[in-house]
Design a protein around this ligand. Structure first.
Ligand code: GLC
Ligand code: CA
Length: 554
């Protein structure tokens, strides 16, 4: 199989068209607006845009309820506008991946309409039916508190249909070969229009056996190989980035032992442990999660993220660990969701504390894998807890302090804008941060630039070093005789980290600070004593002069 491993060191940025930039003043973001902002994204250093669902949809689940896989929601523009956008990305060397929602459709999709209205329709078997309500219909709901069943009766069909998510999202019968063929066709269509891969939604559910009274659904991993083969036969550098919140021990099933299944998987285990570490300054769980997810095939890669468009899912933590994260970042009931997570954005969770925002972002950039940013986090955007469920963290991008944050000329934006409080657009916006060299935006840009100069993170082997200092995570990467060392102090107190001579290995002992002039020179026997301020972090290249000389030779 031909692989181009560009994704191993990509900088991914997730954007939803409807909330990014409105070009025509109707109050809804669109492709033309997003295309105008490509220079902003290019300047930030983004190499890959992940587009959230933008196809025609009733949008009852942020577009994850698709009514036509082969089009663009007219509110966002036309297929023509999509192609202009794809071209604009190509010109700037930016790749595009898009959401592929293959587990379910909208109940408004013509396939479902035909399936429900005619038992003889060829589409009937594209969905999952039962004559009687299965006894376990209240089990396995994804949105507890909002959804109470996974089976709903359809009057027209005179039968129950299965829906893992909301009742307006009937599950596709993904075991049906026609459905599988259609999924490939959808991928082929968008590849042809310029995307370079897919963020595949809800993968464990896509491949799960579906039907009434299935107690322990078997996973059809082979389906993943079919998807990958198709992709790569069509376009060698196309990838699948999987949304799969799976136990670490299953990850090799998803990657495929021979690297013949998924290219990338979001690292949910590390994500939860990371927030536990940020909340408690205890790094042991994080170190453990890193160890548990160490294994991946040479062509596989983890996606590392802080927040996404969903709740921060803490479902894999033990109850007391989860409580610790709740206490720190989402103490009020209104901040929590689905009995398992926190629905806030990153900046308000960290109380807008610049030191902690830098620490968290620096961690994301230096954990083993490829970083995935959520739009707006580069300027520290907030949330609006008065909005229902996950909508609170899906407000419009804040471009300036003009009315509606510069998102739209309309006085009646159809998407929520944050106008009030410390995170309102008057205080948090791109225009202002652009002018300030010390702003979070410019800091993020500098960090992204440096991350690109440290490909060891994407390619190398990592080791978590024992520093004996509580609250400090020290990770070393080695790749092709190059080594880097990343230190993060998760505590609110300063500390001194002593590094053993082995850290500097065979090199002359100098640790080159990649973010400032403050290099670390070893004391006797190559021992380092590094002072980390509260929430401080350091990116070092090990070997200093050695390394610089080698670089010059190249
Ligand atoms: C994924 C999406 C989420 C959506 C769900 C159903 O989990 O991230 O936003 O609600 O799938 O499509
Ligand atoms: Ca518009």
């Amino acid at each position: 199989m031909i692989d181009d491993l560009w994704y191993k060191n990509a900088i991914v940025y997730c954007v939803s068209v409807g909330t990014y930039m409105d070009s025509n003043g109707d109050g809804i973001g669109d492709f033309e607006g997003l295309t105008r902002r490509l220079d902003y994204l290019h300047g930030l250093g983004v190499t890959t845009i992940w587009l959230m669902p933008f196809q025609p949809s009733p949008r009852r689940d942020n577009g994850y309820d698709i009514a036509d896989y082969y089009g663009v929601d007219p509110r966002y523009g036309t297929l023509g506008d999509f192609v202009e956008f794809a071209h604009g990305c190509k010109q700037r060397g930016i790749r595009v991946i898009m959401d592929l929602v293959a587990n379910h459709t909208s109940d408004q999709h013509p396939w479902f309409q035909q399936a429900r209205s005619d038992p003889k329709s060829p589409y009937r078997d594209w969905y999952v039916w039962a004559d009687k309500k299965p006894a376990d219909a209240d089990k396995g709901v994804v949105f507890p508190g909002v959804q109470d069943s996974t089976w709903t009766r359809d009057k027209q069909a005179k039968a129950y249909y299965f829906h893992r998510f909301y009742e307006f999202q009937p599950d596709l019968n993904t075991a049906n070969p026609h459905v599988q063929a259609e999924i490939l066709k959808i991928m082929g269509f968008w590849l042809q229009l310029g995307v370079c891969g897919f963020r595949m939604d809800a993968v464990p559910f896509v491949i799960a056996e579906k039907g009434a009274n299935i107690r322990e659904p078997a996973a059809n991993y082979d389906m993943l190989r079919t998807f990958r083969e198709f992709l790569q036969w069509r376009q060698g550098d196309a990838i699948i980035l999987a949304e799969a919140n799976i136990p670490p021990e299953l990850s090799m099933e998803y990657f495929g032992a021979d690297g013949d299944r998924l290219h990338m998987i979001f690292n949910f285990a590390v994500n939860q442990a990371l927030f536990h570490a940020l909340a408690t300054a205890d790094t042991s769980l994080l170190a453990e999660a890193l160890e548990q997810t160490r294994q991946h095939p040479a062509t596989g890669q983890w996606g590392q993220f802080l927040r996404n468009h969903d709740e921060l899912d803490l479902g894999r933590l033990k109850p007391e660990q989860r409580q610790a994260v709740f206490a720190a970042f989402g103490p009020e009931k209104s901040m929590q969701l689905y009995d398992r997570g926190i629905r806030r954005r990153l900046a308000p969770m960290l109380q807008g504390d610049r030191r902690r925002l830098e620490l968290a972002t620096s961690l994301m950039l230096t954990l083993p894998g490829t970083p995935v940013f959520r739009y707006g986090d580069e300027i520290g955007m907030g949330d609006d807890l008065s909005l229902p469920e996950r909508e609170c963290a899906r407000t419009t991008m804040q471009w300036s302090d003009e009315p509606m944050g510069g998102f739209t000329r309309s006085t009646e934006p159809k998407r929520p804008v944050i106008a009030e409080g410390p995170f309102g657009f008057a205080h948090v916006n791109v225009a202002q941060q652009r002018r300030d060299p010390q702003s979070l935006l410019n800091w993020t840009e500098r960090m992204i630039r440096m991350r690109k100069e440290v490909p060891e993170i994407g390619w190398g082997e990592f080791s978590v070093l024992d520093t004996d200092v509580p609250g400090v995570l020290a990770i070393r990467y080695d790749w092709r005789n190059n080594s880097v060392l990343m230190l993060h102090n998760l505590r609110a107190e300063a500390c001194e980290v002593r590094l053993d001579p082995e850290v500097s290995g065979s090199h002359d002992g100098l640790l080159i600070n990649l973010l400032s002039e403050e290099h670390s020179r070893p004391e006797e026997q190559r021992r380092h004593r590094i002072l980390l301020e509260p929430y401080g972090y350091r990116w070092f290249r090990i070997g200093g002069l050695d390394y610089l000389l080698r670089r010059d030779e190249i």
